[in-house]
Write a protein that binds this ligand. Structure first.
Ligand code: 13P
Ligand code: SF4
Length: 335
């Protein structure tokens, strides 16, 4: 942690004034006096150390709008990781995202503000489980959602994200596919393909608890609402929604269609971030918090940049095979 918290000086107020204009309806002024000095200090250190900050769409608005250089869904962050050249990359997201960045950028020092920012999906499966599935369904290729450890990616044929899962499955020259670890994403893909999908019983602790009844109630309470669901939600929830897509695809939908009123059936910070960009859209907020994503905070990001720790390291034995599986995904046109 930082030794002393930076202060809200007149210089900090001035340097962060334009940002506050953007965030003032989302962050109370009293809170800004504590938030702005942290943002200002992080921006200063980023410049000094030539560090790059990649942030997932589930980060809180002060991180998403205040300190990130690149924001996006898992697919966009992976694409950026494959493209950028930076000595220090700070990943504001969960551990598997930082591992993906390290795999695609092994020479960079990849930092994450909290090594314990995990994921219920990534924790649900091991390489031994994958080998057991291969023995059970011989010859079927393994499509692995990026929400997995580097060790699991290393024993997979190809990765996918929620933004390209169907396209990746369709790109394979096999009628039978093992799809791990998210059973709901797998079942949602299975509804859109003729291939036989063999799935694993993993699930996202945030999305699995939405129900169709929640969405039906929302339509009654908020007439005309456009409902978008993340495909990690169970299929009956996705069926009840007007649109399903990755976090970036949901944002694109709002940008292009400009519905008057929107409900994003996903993690809470999504609506907060998108609402800043589209003040004319009314966001209904039936959301669930991801406790892992919320482990990433401004004070921890500042300490991480100051101390250049904790660093995300990937066992060298996993880097090559995991990179092949991710790169195969990046070659598929979609998302
Ligand atoms: P996206 O790839 O859609 O951003 O999803 C990542 C994630 O963790 C969803 O819970
Ligand atoms: Fe994992 Fe779900 Fe959190 Fe995404 S929202 S990081 S899938 S637990």
């Amino acid at each position: 942690m930082t030794a002393t918290a930076p202060a809200f000086t007149p210089e900090v107020r001035q340097r962060t004034a334009a940002l506050y204009q953007k965030l003032k309806h989302h962050i109370p002024e009293v809170e800004w006096t504590l938030t702005a000095p942290l943002i200002d200090a992080i921006q200063g250190l980023k410049t000094e150390k030539k560090a790059l900050v990649l942030a997932h769409n589930y980060m809180t608005p002060e991180i998403f709008h205040g300190v990130a250089d690149v924001v996006g869904d898992s697919l966009a962050l992976a694409r950026e990781a494959a493209r950028v050249k930076a000595e220090i990359i700070v990943v504001c997201g969960v551990h598997f995202m930082a591992e993906t960045v390290k795999i695609l950028n092994p020479d960079a020092k990849v930092l994450i503000a909290d090594l314990d920012a995990g994921c219920s999906l990534a924790e649900s499966i091991t390489p031994a489980d994958v080998e057991a599935l291969r023995s059970r369904y011989p010859g079927a290729p393994v499509v692995t959602y990026v929400n997995t450890s580097a060790a699991v990616k290393a024993v997979s044929d190809v990765c996918c994200t929620s933004g390209n899962a169907l396209a990746v499955v369709e790109s394979l020259d096999s009628d039978e596919v093992i799809f791990i670890p998210d059973q709901y994403l797998a079942r949602n893909v299975a509804r859109q393909t003729k291939k036989t999908i063999r799935f694993w019983e993993g699930s996202c602790m945030v999305h699995e608890i939405f129900t169709p009844a929640d969405l039906q109630q929302m339509r009654k309470d908020y007439p005309g609402v456009a409902i978008m669901a993340h495909p990690e939600c169970p299929p009956d929830v996705v069926h009840e929604a007007d649109y399903a897509g990755s976090t970036a695809q949901m944002i694109r939908f709002v940008q292009e269609k400009r519905p008057r009123r929107v409900a994003l059936i996903t993690e809470c910070s999504m609506s907060d971030n998108v609402a800043v960009q589209f003040p004319d859209v009314d966001f209904v907020r039936p959301c669930n918090l991801c406790p892992h994503m919320k482990k990433i905070t401004l004070p921890k990001i500042l300490a991480t940049l100051e101390n250049e720790t904790p660093e995300v390291l990937v066992d060298p034995a996993y880097i090559e095979p995991a990179r092949r599986a991710i790169e195969r995904m990046l070659e598929v046109k979609a998302g």
